[in-house]
Every structure is written in C-alpha cells, then in structure tokens.
Design a protein around this ligand. Sequence first.
Ligand SMILES: [Zn+2]
Length: 79
Amino acid sequence: MVSRCLACGGKTSQKRIRTENWWGEEFTLVENVPAWVCAQCGEAYFDAEVCLALDQLRQNPPEVKASLQVPVYAYPEAS
Ligand SMILES: [Zn+2]
C-alpha cells in the first residue's frame, strides 16, 4: 500500500479508478482498477499485484466490454 503521495506528501486512500494504457499502438482503458489516490494532487499508485494483474490483462485480454471513439487533434503550428 502507498499511504503517502510520493509527489506531494498528501494522504492517499484506496479507490477504484479507470486507467488509460498504451498497449503498443493500441489505446485502452481498464475500469475498476484498485489504486491508492492522493487527496491533494490526484496522483494514483498501484500495488505490485495490481501492476501484475494489469500486465496479465495486456498479455491475455478478456472480451472487450465497450469501445469508445476518441477524437484526435493536431497541435496548432506556429504562424
Ligand atoms: Zn499528491
């Protein structure tokens, strides 16, 4: 467990969050992931077994639950 935020020293509490992952070229979301979340800055930390479980999910993904369309934008060129 991570009881103090490594970034700002704030207190963390255990929550279920949605993680955003790049699996190679594929952008994926995993919902309901247990994490320690800082009350001050929102930084999230994962226990070792959660990291392991996410790794296994990546290697052997279950059935896709839902798909989202994600807009892609270009950063404006300086004129
Ligand atoms: Zn923090």
